[in-house]
Design a protein around this ligand. Structure first.
Ligand code: NI
Length: 150
C-alpha cells in the first residue's frame, strides 16, 4: 500500500467525467487500498479516484458506518434535504455550506465486480453525494452557497 498524492483544484483531471471500471483486477485492488490509506493519512471522510489522477468510477467513503468501496456507483433514490459544511482534500484550506439529499440509495459494484445496493442517510449520504460528484467532474465549491477559508 502507498499514500498517493491528492490532486488539487485547478488540475483538469478533477473536471473530467470518469470512465466505468471494467477490470476488477489487482490493479484496481491496489488503487482502492492506496485510496483507503491516503484518505486516512489525509484525515478525510472520502476520496474519489480522479483525486489521485485516475479517471475511473471508484470512490471510498470512510465514515462512522465503516470504510466503503463503491465501484461504478449510481443513484437509485434521493430524498429529503440537509444543509451542512463540507470540505474536500482537493480544495485544501477551505470549507463551504452545501445542500444535499438527506437520504440516498445507490447501486454499486464491489472490488470483485459483484452488484450491491446500499441506503444511507445524514453524513454518510452527504459523503456519497460529494464523492459521486467527483466522478462527473463536479466539486462541492460548484454547489456551495459560500466558500470560506478555514
Ligand atoms: Ni472531495
Amino acid at each position: 500500500m502507498a499514500i498517493r498524492q491528492v490532486v488539487q483544484v485547478g488540475d483538469e483531471v478533477l473536471r473530467q467525467k470518469c470512465f466505468p471500471v471494467e477490470k476488477f483486477d489487482e490493479k484496481l485492488w491496489q488503487l482502492l487500498d492506496d485510496m483507503k490509506q491516503t484518505v486516512r493519512f489525509e484525515k478525510g471522510a472520502g476520496l474519489a479516484a480522479p483525486q489521485v489522477g485516475i479517471l475511473r468510477r471508484a470512490v471510498i467513503c470512510d465514515v462512522e458506518e465503516g470504510c466503503f468501496e463503491f465501484i461504478n456507483p449510481r443513484f437509485l433514490q434521493q430524498s429529503g434535504e440537509q444543509s451542512d459544511v463540507e470540505g474536500c482534500l482537493s480544495v485544501k484550506g477551505k470549507h463551504g455550506t452545501v445542500s444535499r439529499p438527506f437520504k440516498v440509495k445507490i447501486a454499486y459494484q464491489d472490488r470483485f465486480g459483484k452488484e450491491h445496493t446500499l441506503a444511507a442517510k445524514g453524513f454518510f449520504a452527504r459523503c456519497i453525494c460529494h464523492e459521486l460528484d467527483h466522478l462527473d467532474g463536479i466539486l462541492y465549491i460548484d454547489r456551495a452557497v459560500n466558500v470560506e477559508k478555514d
